[in-house]
Design a protein around this ligand. Structure first.
Ligand SMILES: [Zn+2]
Length: 117
């Protein structure tokens, strides 16, 4: 059973690794590109705390989601009750990009090994 041992010690072949990446991609939940930032605003109301001459306290934080899609920059406010969901979507997007990079890396490796055959 020497040959079997050899096989088990070898890392998974490239086809198997690509299949794993595809399976991980298929399982990926809702995703969203971009990043969150915090904004503090000044309103227009006279005598408001944000206009206090001695100790101005601006309103916020408001969470803003910034992203680029199709060369177009977009930013939108995120309601506090949606923050958790948006953070999950952003994390899924990062995972998505990592998996794509992995797939490309494996595809390159595969292309090189095909040429060597
Ligand atoms: Zn104000």
């Amino acid at each position: 059973m020497v040959s079997d041992m050899k096989t088990s010690l070898r890392p998974k072949n490239i086809e198997q690794q690509i299949a794993q990446v595809k399976a991980d991609l298929a399982r990926l939940g809702p995703l969203h590109p971009g990043s969150l930032s915090r904004q503090y605003n000044v309103c227009g109301k006279p005598g408001c705390r944000c206009k206090d001459p001695k100790n101005p306290r601006r309103h916020g934080p408001y969470h803003q989601l910034n992203y680029v899609y199709g060369g177009k920059k977009t930013s939108e406010f995120v309601r506090p009750q949606n923050l958790k969901q948006v953070r999950t979507q952003l994390a899924n997007y990062k995972r998505f990009r990592r998996l794509i990079d992995q797939w490309i890396g494996l595809a390159l490796k595969q292309a090189r090994s095909e040429i060597q055959k």
